[in-house]
Ligand binder design. Structure first.
Ligand code: ADP
Ligand code: ASP
Ligand code: MG
Length: 418
């Protein structure tokens, strides 16, 4: 059994869906789980639907139409007969979403978010599964919510591994191709849709890999594999042929967004190799994450996380920043769902770089000001360099304003105001 995962970029249009067929034909696997994300930027488009639902309702209809038209256009390009049932499947899913929005009484944002955003994956998998069948690739459609069971922590649900493993073993047939959704799960009480966190489909692939003791997991990307730097920001990059689990976990954790950080841990536990490959060149070797050498080739790796917030706190009365007030600060980060990326402290001050993913900065600052003197910078970038040479750090920081620097044996981190 192998697991393949196709992300948004690989199924962003009809060409992309056709290319999935090409990849499956070229790789020619007969025992496969194919995990698919929402098409292109459809998760963002569905987030817009949620925003309009809670905000300016006059644009809600247009936001929903945008989602419908996008999928309808792809289906129209893929299927020549207008009577094909996939047309009504797409229509019905969008109607189901509308009905949900009309009838729900809930004001719980994260719950509504998951029920709505989940339609992206349901639409994409229905379309891809139908197209595979159309081109002669026999496959079984699986609603992942029957398998991946989670808690009710909407937007960042935690997997109940025991039940999930049992359900996956029950529902995934051997010696066949199964097509299913990434990113989604269901909580166990009412079976409401949950999501595993943005970009979580890589993680879904790892969950299936782990539960089925897969031979390997392959995530198909628009890059040749894991590179030593994000190609959107660095012009000269190098393909990494092999990375150890430990190194890959570090790179993903620091923000190498080509692999979702949660993906590696389940695979590492069973030593299942993870391949990162180009969907445009499916037979090229790409990157293998697995047992063995840390990095091949041994080179420096550059990672950046944009749009971070640096907060510096000091006590109002020059008293020390100690465990008691620092723990209070951490409790606030937890309450306001701020992800802590980097910490530095001195006797009377404490600096922390956080990811304000859920737009809670104002509320957090108001709370912090009650007990601390607070300074902050929004829109800063964290650069992380692994295995760096001093000359590289010098070149990187040339003409840039470095707000904070931290150095350990293998990692240099810089908070930079661009
Ligand atoms: P998908 O959602 O389609 O699965 P992503 O867009 O999440 O794929 O991941 C692929 C993207 O990750 C690439 O297009 C690239 O811009 C970005 N990326 C960031 N860091 C790296 C890296 N070190 N190596 C390769 N790609 C990277
Ligand atoms: N569609 C989801 C997102 O865009 C999950 C994923 O693509 O991995 O976040
Ligand atoms: Mg993605």
């Amino acid at each position: 059994m192998k697991i393949f995962k196709f992300g948004g970029a690989s199924v962003k249009d009809a060409e992309g869906v056709k290319n999935v067929v090409t990849v499956l034909n070229k790789t020619n696997e007969s025992e496969l789980v194919v995990v698919i994300s929402a098409m292109g930027k459809m998760t963002n488009a569905l987030e817009e639907v949620v925003t309009h639902y809670f905000g300016d309702a006059s644009d809600l209809e247009a936001a929903i139409s945008n989602v419908y038209e996008y999928h309808h256009n792809i289906v129209s390009e893929l299927f020549s007969q207008p009577s094909h049932e996939v047309f009504s499947v797409v229509k019905d899913l969008v109607s189901e979403m509308k009905t949900f929005l009309k009838t729900t009484k809930s004001k719980h944002h994260a719950y509504v978010y998951d029920q709505v955003v989940g339609f992206g994956e349901l639409l994409s998998t229905n379309i891809v599964s139908a197209y595979l069948s159309e081109t002669g690739i026999k496959n079984t459609f699986l609603d992942v919510r029957t398998c991946i069971k989670t808690d009710a922590n909407y937007r960042d649900a935690r997997v109940d591994w025991e039940t999930t493993q049992q359900k996956i073993k029950e529902h995934v047939g051997l010696k066949q191709i199964t097509v299913t959704q990434g990113f989604l799960g269901a909580e166990d009480t009412n079976n409401f849709t949950t999501t595993l966190g943005r970009e979580g489909s890589d993680y879904t692939a790892a969950i299936f890999g782990y539960c089925l003791d897969a031979e390997s997991v392959t995530i198909w990307k628009d890059v040749p594999g894991v590179l030593n730097a994000d190609p959107r920001y660095f012009s000269k990059t190098q393909l990494l042929n092999h990375i150890s689990y430990r190194e890959a976990i570090e790179l993903a954790f620091y923000g190498a967004s080509v692999i979702h950080p949660k993906t590696l841990q389940p695979l590492q536990r069973k030593e299942i190799p993870l391949f990162v490959k180009s969907f445009l060149d499916p037979l090229a070797p790409g990157t293998c994450v697995g047992k063995g050498v840390t990095l091949d080739p041994a080179t420096s790796c550059f990672i950046l996380k944009k749009n971070q917030t640096l907060i510096s706190l000091s006590s109002l009365d020059f008293s020390f920043m100690m465990e008691d007030n620092i723990s209070e600060v951490f409790q606030l980060f937890h309450t306001f769902k701020m992800k802590v990326e980097l910490i530095q402290n001195s006797a009377i001050s404490f600096s922390v770089c956080i990811d304000n993913k859920f737009n809670n900065l104002e509320a957090l600052l108001a709370k912090l000001r009650e007990n601390f003197r607070v300074q902050w910078n929004e829109g800063v970038t964290i650069y992380t360099v692994r295995h760096s040479k001093p000359s590289e750090i010098k070149a990187l920081t040339k003409d840039k304003k470095v707000l904070l620097k931290q150095e350990s044996r293998e990692t240099v981190q810089l908070v930079i105001m661009e």
